[in-house]
Design a protein around this ligand. Structure first.
Ligand code: ADP
Ligand code: MG
Length: 645
């Protein structure tokens, strides 16, 4: 039952209508010209064979020795007749019907049994796994066409027995595939959660694990149907499948073999049909694989490029500053189906050498996308940089060559991301990873790089650095892992460190240490830091200046002390009110009501208007500029909380 539900869910997904602006998988399938061609041809063939009983064609088994081996196009026999005078068109249609049915049934049997074995083996593990898999190995130890022949020899020739033989030899294919995926899935957290909620093994297997492997089962099926049809035809060709007078494509080919020179059409007709059938099934199968493959689910079939696509109409002129980083009018969009998500809608920033700028905002306000856009790290598709200029080292990085970008990344500009466990490679020791980071940018020997890496590990205060040098990421605590990432970021003395919520995954005490370390080391080396966070408490301790982001735009920017003391934008005020202050229990903490607007449907005027208690009529029209607001400050608000100082 659960299995049927899951099959239903996958099929619904394949044919689902346009959801959330994303093209439906069916639309994606048809967008692929080869699959579309295969699908069209397959549809024609399937419709023809389904309609065969109602078509005005003669009975396929009626012999007519007087009219044997008629050429195609002869009266009443469009494709001619065979050596017994039977109509070839009729036999081909009925034969295709049989071949498709047998191929499909064999695939279904192999998929069901094979997937069940794979699911149970992968989920149970231990002895069950060993027993089942050794059984599968046993089947795989024989060349499979030989094994199929042996099975038919034991069962006796016949179409049904050929079907069983083909199904059996294909079971290992499914079992091994599904076991591998189940093995990985059944150790994941959502399975643990189901176990904790008291679900039975069967429930976990069929409701939690099966839906996740189902796309793989469907993909494997769609890519093997063609094979199975060929294999059945092979057995029939050898006389072990369909028995006379029943027609299937393989036996027709076998009968025509002896007449290849005198009456080639008798073998060419079924041969072409096998070719067309298997080809279009495989084309559709490949298309289905591309659409359903869990790894390609973003809806975009192309792998992301090495740099975000830039599609600017105009390029802002070069700024005349000595800033490490200068961003003007940066706009980054995500084009998903027919929707355009304006994740970053015109951001202007400057970072002086050695300065620390905090970028603050709610989750989803566009902070990470801004940071990634600087070095064109946003994946394309769906990301596109639609406008603006990013100046680093005096050059416009949005126009840089891939090689120049590569030198910059991890060299002059380093990133520290949120979750160190996902950024560190699980199979290399942390020492090796730092060495790699150093040698990617500096032409020094391994020994020298190792010495530098060790110094770095000591610098980020990893206890007993020498011993930790050859530790794997999973052997370190979260705090230590993030220290390793900071060491990697510092490895090439960058001018700019972009730290994207580097401590969100750590607990509060470790967080403070790591932040202090990052700030101290960047001060010591004179690196500027773009520090992304959603926590105003952290900003006040760490940053010289702060920029507040809302719905993809900066709404307030200025020296952190001034902004914290007297926020100008109502949103900044609310964000500051959300931060608890130790020892001041009387202070009222308020959550901000409502949600930020979706960036694919931004309202006119101020994006914060709907949640603002100072909103007025004029807030809802036009574009509200980021106006100067006292020394070094700017605010994007018509009715700020304070008068301009
Ligand atoms: P945050 O400020 O929390 O770091 P992000 O910069 O990650 O926010 O995201 C900004 C906006 O961009 C969000 O509205 C998010 O939904 C959107 N976004 C991010 N990545 C994608 C993507 N691959 N496809 C579509 N939208 C995306
Ligand atoms: Mg983020």
């Amino acid at each position: 039952m659960a299995g049927m539900l899951a099959v239903g869910a996958t099929l619904t997904r394949l044919f689902a209508r346009d959801r959330g602006g994303r093209p439906s998988p069916f639309a994606l399938l048809v967008a692929n010209p080869l699959s579309a061609f295969g699908l069209a041809l397959l549809t024609v063939i399937v419709v023809l064979v389904i309609a065969t009983p109602f078509l005005p064609v003669p009975d396929p088994d009626i012999t007519d020795p007087a009219n044997r081996l008629l050429r195609p196009g002869t009266d009443g026999h469009l494709l001619g007749t065979d050596h017994l005078g039977r109509d070839l068109l009729s036999r081909m249609l009925w034969g295709t019907r049989v071949s498709i049915l047998v191929g499909l049934s064999a695939t279904l049997i192999a998929a069901t049994i094979g997937s069940l074995i794979g699911l149970v083996a992968g989920y149970a593990g231990g002895r069950t796994d060993s027993l089942l898999m050794r059984g599968i190995d046993l089947v795989m130890a024989f060349p499979y066409i030989l094994l199929a022949l042996a099975i038919v020899a034991v069962l006796g020739p016949g179409l049904l027995n050929a079907l069983y033989a083909i199904a059996v030899v294909n079971i290992p294919f499914f079992a091994r595939n599904i076991r591998g995926i189940t093995l990985g899935l059944s150790r994941r957290e959502f399975v643990d959660a189901a176990r904790l909620s008291g679900a039975s093994h069967a429930e976990i297997l069929f409701l939690e694990v099966l839906p996740n492997v189902l796309p793989t089962i469907v993909v494997t099926m769609s890519t093997t149907v063609g094979w199975m049809i060929l294999e059945t035809a092979g057995l029939s060709f050898l006389g072990l499948g369909a028995q006379p007078p029943q027609a299937d494509l393989g036996s027709m080919l076998g009968e025509g073999r002896k007449l290849l020179f005198t009456a080639p059409h008798v073998s060419v007709v079924p041969g072409l049909m096998i070719f067309a059938l298997v080809m279009c099934i495989n084309l559709v199968g490949d298309g289905v694989r591309d659409v359903l493959d869990p790894r390609l689910k973003s809806g975009a079939l192309a792998a992301p490029g090495a740099a975000t696509r830039v599609a600017r109409e105009t390029v802002p002129p070069a700024p005349s500053t000595d800033a490490v980083l200068s961003v003007e009018g940066l706009r980054t969009e995500f084009h998903v189906g027919s929707r355009v998500y304006k994740a970053v809608g015109g951001v202007d920033l400057d970072l002086a050498p050695g300065e620390c700028l905090g970028l603050v905002g709610e989750s989803g306000s566009g902070k990470s996308v801004t940071a990634l856009s600087l070095l064109r790290l946003v994946p394309t598709p769906p990301g596109v940089i639609a406008g603006g200029r990013v100046t680093i080292e005096g050059a416009d990085q949005l126009a840089a060559t891939p090689e120049a970008l590569r030198r910059l990344r991890g060299g002059r500009v380093a990133y520290v991301f949120q979750d160190p466990l996902t950024t560190l490679h699980p199979l290399f020791t942390v020492g090796d990873q730092i060495v790699e980071a150093i040698r990617a940018h500096q032409p020094i020997s391994r020994a020298e790089a190792e010495a530098q890496a060790l110094t770095l590990l000591e610098k980020v205060r990893i206890p007993s650095a020498k011993a930790r040098f050859s530790a794997y990421p999973h052997e370190l605590s979260g705090g230590m892992r993030q220290r390793v990432c900071i060491a990697m970021a510092l490895a090439n003395d960058p001018d700019l460190i972009v730290a994207d919520e580097p401590t969100t995954a750590l607990d509060v005490t470790v967080q403070a240490q790591v932040l202090k370390l990052l700030r101290d080391l960047s001060r010591e080396r004179g690196s500027a830091v773009l520090f992304i966070t959603h926590d105003f408490g952290v900003v006040s301790e760490l940053c010289d200046r702060v920029a507040v982001m809302y719905a993809g735009r900066i709404v307030e920017i200025g020296p952190s002390g001034d902004v914290l003391d007297a926020p100008g934008h109502p949103y900044t005020g609310k964000l500051i009110d959300c931060v608890p202050v130790l020892g001041r229990p009387e202070r009222r903490m308020e959550a901000i009501d409502g949600l930020p607007p979706s960036v694919d449907r931004l309202p006119a005027g101020c994006a914060f208007a709907d949640r603002c208690d100072r909103v007025q009529e004029d807030c809802r029209h036009g574009d509200i500029p980021l106006d100067p607001f006292g020394p070094g400050r700017a605010v994007r608000c018509l009715h700020p909380l304070q008068e301009v100082s």
